[in-house]
Design a protein. Structure first.
Length: 529
């Protein structure tokens, strides 16, 4: 189930960011559509149509498109259920029967429709500024007195194509800001998911700490009629064994009214895994360490006092620390001596067993099974943790690639919209440039120069966000899984590679869309006019 929860959180984050990007693109598309239809809008106003009617028509148009798109997305998601179900079955052993949950589906479509309507309402707010005369003149109601950042009448110290490219960049600064924001969000989510994949597949030390399970080589559990102390004594006699640690749990307790369990070990200070996010291990008999979920439910933190109810009795403890870990979400720690005082009949039920370096763990397990028979159950801790991480690592690597591909598609689609809109609006300008000797290749170069600054800034911002925001954001979403503080390692080279790869794909998209400039010729423009 851990994989299902983690994957759900990652997909939720990705979906939320894609939703934000979708409505940024929608707002840009609506604004571009208004700019292209400005003459029609002016003509309709001249024959008596009011702003309210025109705005309603535009909003309904985009709302219908959004609803049709939502329906198509729902069908695609249903088709993908089988693929996702196979991943869940392969990693958790749970069979998932795909089905349609109508209420969440309708709620999602309602949210998309509401946000589309809101976006259209905001984007069409400029209708009241459009007059028939202004619209028929192409929308320029007055001259622009903005500073010319790239005056062509002065001798530039840079090549002309570079100067024209930067001039177009400053002219379309608003759309370039939108492009930079979208790029940063996409690169950020890819960097974040890649960080999770890296910690599951390459450097697993952080994930092992976050799981919170003590990494002894063996975890030995005794049967109901087995003398655990005798087993522990025999284990310490083996030359392969470095040391052992008795531990046990008691269920059915309450901490400030919250039902929980208590766990203890002979000496927590000798544990190799440190799962504490605040404070430290209990050392005195009146100290207790709460897991993060218990701390949230009780509202108690390090230094506070809690009341522990057990068997009709109540004792007070001081909170010494807060524990996180996917492997411990419902038990609190107390010292071994405190456990025996609270429960005089307490007996430990398992043993952490640490082996010397170089010992063949599987061979030693076989020897123990021959010596003890069915009196004990032996768990290879390292193998179990490795299997869990392996079950997560493969799907996460696949999710990383899927998200990178989706990112490239979304970026390419937005660039297609922006460049296509630019070519339609500036067709006359491109025709003039061709008439004075500029070839298609030079015009495409100018397009690249005009968009690359925004793309580069967005990619750099996304990588920086990946390094700085990944852990705080994961901590917020994983808090419900008893992980209030994550510390994933974000690999530098893969993060830079993601940014560079998306930039390269964006440059290729600009080149391919820019090839449409070949269809523009001065002769055609003259005939059209």
């Amino acid at each position: 189930m851990m994989f299902v929860n983690v994957m759900s959180i990652i997909m939720l984050l990705f979906s939320l960011i894609l939703l934000v990007i979708a409505f940024i693109v929608a707002a840009f598309s609506i604004a571009s559509g208004i700019a292209e239809d400005i003459a029609t809008i002016g003509a309709l106003k001249s024959v008596g149509y009011k702003n309210k009617i025109l705005r309603t028509g535009q909003i309904v148009q985009y709302l219908l498109i959004a609803l049709f798109g939502s329906a198509a997305g729902a069908l695609i998601s249903l088709a993908a259920f089988g693929f996702i179900g196979n991943i869940i079955a392969g990693t958790s052993g749970l069979l998932w029967t795909a089905g349609v949950n109508v209420l969440p589906l309708l709620f999602s479509i309602l949210i998309v429709g509401a946000l589309t309507a809101l976006t259209g309402l905001l984007a069409t707010g400029r209708f009241k500024k459009i007059t028939p005369i202004n619209a028929l003149r192409g929308g320029d109601s007055h001259h622009s007195f903005k500073k010319n950042r790239m005056p062509l009448d002065k001798r530039p110290k840079m090549p002309l194509d570079l100067q024209l490219g930067f001039k177009r960049f400053f002219t379309g600064i608003k759309s370039n800001i939108v492009l930079a924001v979208v790029m940063s969000l996409l690169v950020f989510i890819c960097t974040m998911v890649n960080a999770a994949s890296y910690n599951l597949n390459d450097d697993q030390s952080v994930m092992i700490n976050m799981i919170g399970l003590e990494m002894s080589e063996l975890w030995i559990m005794s049967g109901p009629d087995t003398d655990i102390d005798a087993v522990n004594t025999r284990l310490n006699a083996y030359p392969e064994v470095t040391r052992t640690m008795l531990l046990g749990t008691v269920d059915g307790c309450k901490i400030d009214g919250v039902t929980t369990g208590l766990e203890t070990a002979e000496d927590y200070t000798k544990f190799e895994i440190n799962p504490f996010v605040r404070g430290g291990t209990p050392l005195e008999d009146d100290e207790i360490a709460l897991c993060a979920t218990q701390s949230g439910l009780t509202g108690k933190d390090v230094g506070d006092r809690v009341r522990v109810e057990y068997g009709g009795k109540t004792e007070e403890f001081r909170v010494s620390g807060i524990i996180q870990g996917l492997g411990n979400t419902e038990t609190a720690r107390i010292t071994y001596s405190a456990m025996t005082k609270l429960f005089p009949d307490f007996k430990p039920d398992s043993i952490y067993t640490y082996l010397n370096d170089g010992v063949n763990t599987e061979a030693f397990i076989s020897r123990l099974k021959n010596d003890f028979g069915n009196k004990i159950v032996i768990l290879n801790t390292e193998k179990q943790v490795a299997d869990v991480l392996a079950s997560l690592g493969g799907p996460f690597a696949a999710i990383t690639w899927v998200m990178v591909i989706v990112t490239v598609i979304v970026t390419a689609f937005m660039l297609f919209l922006m460049i296509s809109t630019l070519i339609r609006k500036a067709k006359k300008e491109f025709g003039i440039l061709k008439a004075i000797g500029f070839k298609t290749g030079r015009l495409i170069l100018q397009l690249l120069i005009s968009y690359l600054p925004a793309l580069v800034l967005g990619a750099v911002a996304g990588v920086i966000l990946g390094f700085t925001v990944t852990n705080p954001l994961f901590s917020v979403f994983f808090a419900g899984m008893n992980l209030p503080k994550t510390y994933f390692l974000t690999p530098v080279l893969p993060a830079l590679g993601i940014g560079a790869g998306i930039l390269a794909a964006s440059a290729l998209t600009i080149y391919l869309v820019g090839l449409r400039l070949r269809k523009i010729s001065p002769q055609k423009l003259i005939r059209e006019n």
